[in-house]
Design a protein around this ligand. Structure first.
Ligand code: TRP
Length: 451
């Protein structure tokens, strides 16, 4: 009955478009905002090494599984999981992967859009020289002023959500594909420019030393959990975003190489963003461990005191906004695709998903000001959503995807879809998927539970 829905959303032009789209999804606030600050908080090199190990051991194998399931099902994750669970005679329970993923998408998109809105404000602040010659007091007051203004936050959140909606409503080829073909090269050009700039700053050597000299004495058990959780978030895994993109994959290309390309590109962007951010930070003798404010409080001061810093700073925040934009699109895609399969037009489906997320986002806006004193287990509305998605829903989705693909989908199906020619690599992947990934992700999950 469901088979008439397969392929109704269109397909990517070729394998490269899938790589473009999946990289657009993976590269986002996670790479440019979160990766530098958690690396700063966790002491640098040793943390980076653990993070790379997590990408290889848990990230890549699960990503391959998500793409495989999507490509097999060729529908939104909700319908794909319904069909595949039946076809493979697996417990109907696995359908929860699709439902939980779509719900998780609403949650993530709601706060992701609010934070992406900050980057829009910072493009203007940098370009108009708000931080010229500023010290930490000015930067702190600017950031504090933004967060305490619900109206401004709501306007920025609305602008970003509309940008996301415009692209999604135009569909896979005219919307996503055409936009990504422009946005992604732009993102890489800006990143290369910023890297060139970082090379000329006096802090470049210190940045390299900080990111790449490994000192395990700086690593705690907590750091390992953070690295594992982040490897998942940064690759957009656990909620069906990559599954949805996989379902639009046209050719039977080798899964391993395609996914590896996305993993490598995502990691490269995170490392280069880290080098840029820390070069600027160290050039001003500032602290790397400033936490979530690193990008919005520390970096503007640093830029403001460098030659042409206002201009370079504005380019930097345009880069962050574009990266966030191409990621937000993928967060909404599973729910939009599902609504389209249910008979809504693409435009109506988009309005429904974006409006609902926008509304939920108002809770995040208020959690920084009016509602900041309303907390649940010491967490604000935003902290609660962030925690619920990153530490509970995504890892749970990830384990279920790994277990379903590793233990319940038949070997024939996997072999047919994956097209991995080397028997050794195939065995290694299956071993990771069946044992290593679920255990590693289970570790984040148990750590995340408030017990
Ligand atoms: N990977 C993106 C980032 O690093 C965020 C993101 C996009 C995401 N789609 C997702 C995270 C799906 C989890 C699930 O910013």
């Amino acid at each position: 009955m469901n088979s008439d829905k397969t392929g109704m959303h269109g397909v990517w032009a070729n394998r490269w478009t899938f790589i473009l789209a999946a990289t657009g999804s993976a590269v986002g606030l996670g790479n440019i905002w979160k990766f530098p600050y958690i690396t700063g908080e966790n002491g640098g090199g040793a943390f980076v090494l653990v993070y790379l190990a997590c990408i290889l051991a848990a990230g890549i194998p699960v990503m391959m599984a998500e793409v495989l399931l999507g490509r097999r099902g060729r529908m939104s994750p909700i319908h794909t999981m319904q069909t595949l669970a039946k076809q493979e005679n697996a417990p109907g329970f696995f359908r929860v992967i699709g439902w939980m993923g779509a719900l998780c998408g609403f949650f993530i998109l709601s706060f992701y859009s609010v934070i992406a809105g900050w980057t829009l404000s910072y493009i203007v602040k940098m370009a108009t020289g708000v931080f010229s010659g500023a010290g930490s007091d000015v930067a702190g007051a600017e950031f504090g002023g933004l967060l305490s203004d619900p109206l401004q936050l709501t306007i920025l959140h609305t602008i970003f959500m509309v940008l996301v909606g415009v692209v999604i409503s135009r569909g896979i080829n005219k919307g996503l594909e055409d936009s990504l073909r422009v946005l992604m090269p732009l993102l890489f050009i800006m990143l290369v420019m910023l890297f060139g700039y970082a090379l000329t700053t006096p802090g470049f050597g210190d940045a390299l030393a900080f990111l790449f000299s490994v000192d395990f004495s700086k690593l705690s058990g907590e750091s390992v959990v953070v690295a594992l959780g982040h490897s998942f978030f940064t690759l957009s895994l656990g909620m069906g975003a990559i599954m949805a993109y996989g379902s639009y994959m046209p050719v039977q290309a080798s899964l391993g190489k395609t996914v590896l390309a996305v993993g490598v590109l995502d990691t490269l962007v995170a490392l280069v963003a880290g080098i840029v951010v820390f070069s600027v930070v160290f050039s001003n003798g500032l602290e790397p461990g400033a936490g979530p404010g690193l990008l919005f409080q520390t970096l503007p001061i640093a830029f403001a005191n460098l030659p042409a810093g206002d201009l370079i700073g504005a380019v930097f925040f345009i880069l962050v906004a574009i990266a966030a934009w191409s990621s937000a699109i993928s967060i909404a895609e599973p729910a939009v695709a599902w609504a389209v399969e249910k008979g809504f037009s693409r435009v109506k489906a988009t309005v429904f998903v974006c409006a609902f997320s926008w509304f939920l986002g108002i809770g995040t806006v208020l959690s920084f000001n009016e509602w900041s004193s309303y907390t649940l287990f010491g967490k604000t509305f935003f902290d609660t959503l962030d925690f619920l998605t990153s530490n509970i829903m995504l890892p749970l989705g990830g384990i279920l995807i790994a277990v379903f693909a590793g233990w319940f989908v038949s070997q024939e199906t996997i072999k047919h879809e994956a097209r991995i020619h080397s028997p050794l690599l195939y065995k290694l992947w299956m071993f990771m998927l069946k044992f290593v990934s679920p255990v590693a992700i289970g570790f984040i999950f148990l750590h995340g539970l408030p017990i």
